[in-house]
Write a new protein. Sequence first.
Length: 550
Amino acid sequence: MFMRTIGRHGMTPFMVCALSFAVPLANGQAPVSASQAPALSSEVEQLRQMILDQQRQIDELKRTIGAAKPDAPVALTPSRGIGQIASTVPILPPLPAVTSLGTPLPVPQAAAEPPSPLQIKIGEATITPVGFMDLTNTYRSTNAGSSLQTNFGSIPYNNVVAGRLSEDKFSAANSRIGFRVDAKVKGTNVLGYYEGDFVGGIGDTAYNTQVSSNSLLYRIRLYWVDVRKNKLEFLAGQSWSMLTPNRKQISALPGDLFYSQVVDVNYMNGLTWGRIPGVRFLYHPTEKITFGLSLENSAQYFGGSGGGGTPTLPAALVTPIAGELDQNVTNGVKIPNVHPDIIAKVAFDPSSKVHFEVAGVESTVKLFNPITQQYFTKAGAGGSINANVELFPGLRLVSNNFWSDGEGRYLFGVVPDFIVRADGSPSLIHAGSTVSGFEYARKNSQFYAYYGGIYAGRNTALDLNGSRIGYGYQGSGNGQNKTTQEGTLGWTQTWWRDGKYGAFQTMFQYAYFFRDPWFVAPGAPKNTHESAVWFNIRYVLPGSAPTIKY
């Protein structure tokens, strides 16, 4: 208080005189004599000048702060981490504190700023790396010949060589790298997302380079942009199909989707999913309800993906109509699709503990018989009901259920969409599936157990020569499955996780697969089964995306 009074009013003659007596008394000395007064007066004058200099610094600091934000309290400058732009507010050095005549206190060293999550900021856009390094060991009780992914529809029977041998392989193919870009433009949130991995081998060629070098191909997984303003949202690019079950609203971010916690890169038998180019339109009337409509790339799917069998074609059309069918993963983008698949979805999120959704899909098949010069068109449809509910802290029940007429394509291609009758017309195949189970998270441990099943309906016809054709007829091959099923359980342990350093995880999964064909030849196995074990080591890249506010 005394020091503030001096700084405000300056030193008066009376105060100088008082100090001339007070200073010696404070030091235990006798009052000064007249001969000592000049020296003492000089010391007091030095003290007065130091106090005045300090007052001037305080006044300059007040004027600087007042010019930056008049009549406002001084706010602490937030720590600036990696990727943040420099502040435009000037930062003034702290003033030294004075104890006695001209002796400053040591200035305490500022605590080091904590490192921030890895982000790159360019203008108003924030770029965040995403991805991880994986090393996976896969053991199978049969020689499925499919590296770390499972082809659910082609588990070998025990009457062939592959069914009598086991396999064990290492692979880093599931390692993933990408980035996301977040920006806000005139009140609109813009999110760009990209990721790819190395599971894009071309047939056996990529997998045969195991002797001296392993040169697996890098492939695109996701590449999309999402724009949202208030209640409206639009997405375009290659994304997870909107038919894929969500954990939260109708978000396209991988963390907001349900494709299980398993190590298997083909996920769960029975999961309804796809990563398909398209566009989607979303409406958020509230934060608890989301409506969505998407148009996604179609495929006149005739079987062969995921190891599933293909229907038997009419003898006269095996070659003429082959180019119109997406079969055995050979034609792909060459297929003359009629229009994109149309998918609608509504999601309810009454709380963070409950997610419920209903979705539907429509697709159309159009074939041309070059022999009779006839066109045929058939529309298929399917629907799903999915739920993800937290029963008590850490334990969640998940149940995803799908039924369709001509939409087996969305069941990892285990079931064909249709057969072709003798006249060249399509006839749709019924297909249904479920993935249900539990997930339990406690501290840094994640446990899960799921059951997944697919049912493929029988659809047969007579060829012009009277023989049976189609799917599941008497005498069909044992690749035309009636059911494929899986029971699996696993454990993921996160040893440490931080946005600044990344995360280190180990993963374990055991799965038991079995499948049943529609027709069993005399003396042939009635079904087949397989056990598989995965052990995975994962390092997750550091980085933490900014919080998005809508």
